[in-house]
Write a new protein. Sequence first.
Lengths: 254, 327
Amino acid sequence: MSNGGKESLLEVRNLTKRFRGVIANQDINMEVNSGEIIGLIGPNGAGKTTLFNMITGTRPKGASRLPDSGAVYFKRVKITGMKPNSICKLGLVRTFQLVRIWEEMTVLENVMTGVFRAMRSAREARKKSEDLLKFTGLYTKLDYLGSSLTIADKKRLEITRALGTKPDLLLLDEPMAGLTTTEINEALELIRQIHDQGITVLLVEHVIEAVMSIAHRVVVLDNGQKIADDRPEKVARDKRVIEAYLGEEYHVKS
Amino acid sequence: MNRVKAIPKWTWLIFLVVVFLIFPFFVKKEFYLHVMIMTFLFALLAASWNILGGFTGYVSFGHAVFFGLGAYSVAVLGKNFAVNPWLGSITGALVAIGLASIIAFPSFQTGLRAHYFAIATWAVGEVIRVIFMNWMYVGGATGIMIPLTEPSLLNYQYHTNKVPYYYIIFSFLVLEIVLIYFITKSRFGYYLRAIKGNEEAAENIGINTTLFKHLAYYLSATFVAIGGAFYAQYELYFDPPMVFHVGISMKMILPAILGGIGTICGPIIGAAIMIPLDQFLRAYLGGIGSGINFIIYGLLVLIVVVFKPKGIYEFIGNLFKKGKGEQ
């Protein structure tokens, strides 16, 4: 394709989603190329989560998983209308804004359940899960019940579980919300490490500094529309973005 | 930390199996054998119910319907077509799966949530009971008798001798527990627990939740139908209220809750407490006692839910865990 030889992994084409009268996503076009880290930002109610739901096939409360118009392609396959489990099998997996780990299962069991997508044998799944937990730094808490973890660890566990499904594209829905500064830095480090493993990352985040420091490209939504899609430093200087979202001028740390 | 007590769990299990195997050699009183048989039967049923209600989190209030279908399948096939009862049991399991799929497709395919599913199963159970009450071909309200044949394992009937029934139902129970044990260690078991934990998360992690709910339901229904067929061969006569009554469903649910929902041993422990209690109350109170057993169940469940919400098994399990160093 035209973008410097990079392969397009995810394509959103003319996507519109309405909830009764409200337009959550209006004619959105965006692309994620293999090997990128993309930040998706926007004020509350801008339509970020709806877009995430439309991409992953998650059914929004009381509404259909189908968009009103437009389509989503993953690895050139049209995934609009597919169920999340089929989309996951293609290599696209997400985490949730409000963590959805299995509280009654241990850390290891949580990850194994994800790993089982790729292998059937419990013994192999256990080994693979232990490796993943070492990678994300939760290995020492392997026996803990999901419910006993801190928020930061729960988010980390959800990411580990998602990695277990062997994704090519990982969608993170506000992985840093509610974390302390130290924890945010640790989360950023983890995302970099995941990216180094060859996994493409699409990140919805409210902590702007974090997004700006890690994303190769930032997509900005406002009122359901895409208003910017560029390198972080350019987006930070974009008049419309500043007006709509930041309120005041934002300076990128050099 | 020293892990001195790593073996006891298994030794206890083997000890229990041996005790149950030699039990009939020492206890000759028919009534006690009967109590044991009923306990094994309802342990089997409660453990089956637990596959769907406990592990997967989909509570069914209508599992008696599969019990009844299992019983009626052997009886009708045996009486009208002289079909061997073992074959009848298998047919009963298939009929149960058939009915389960009729309930499952509209419920699971549309993503009916667990509490609505509970109501749906209860309603279907009642409808089927009423149908059998009025269906003359299967004996209607007067019930149906299993044709008497030579007592033998092949014919699945022994008339007055209860000992063979004791061993048959005990084998079924052991087989089922072993199978459930392997399920909990396998991908299937993890998936069921994931569905119970958070269905949306499960779906997003690549689990075809619909498919696995179907499988759990059918497996559960199969065992209950096999239990129903056993009951028919054991009693040799029954009518619709004996097999389709909501009370039968309750006797599958309550032991599981009492013992520990979603655990392997919970339903068995629950049945071991409730069923003998039920049998002795009936024996000693006779006609006046109808209903008292449910009052006592209610109290028991109330106590457990308040003090040990995860069931008696959790309490016993903690005793065993003492040896393992916990953080």
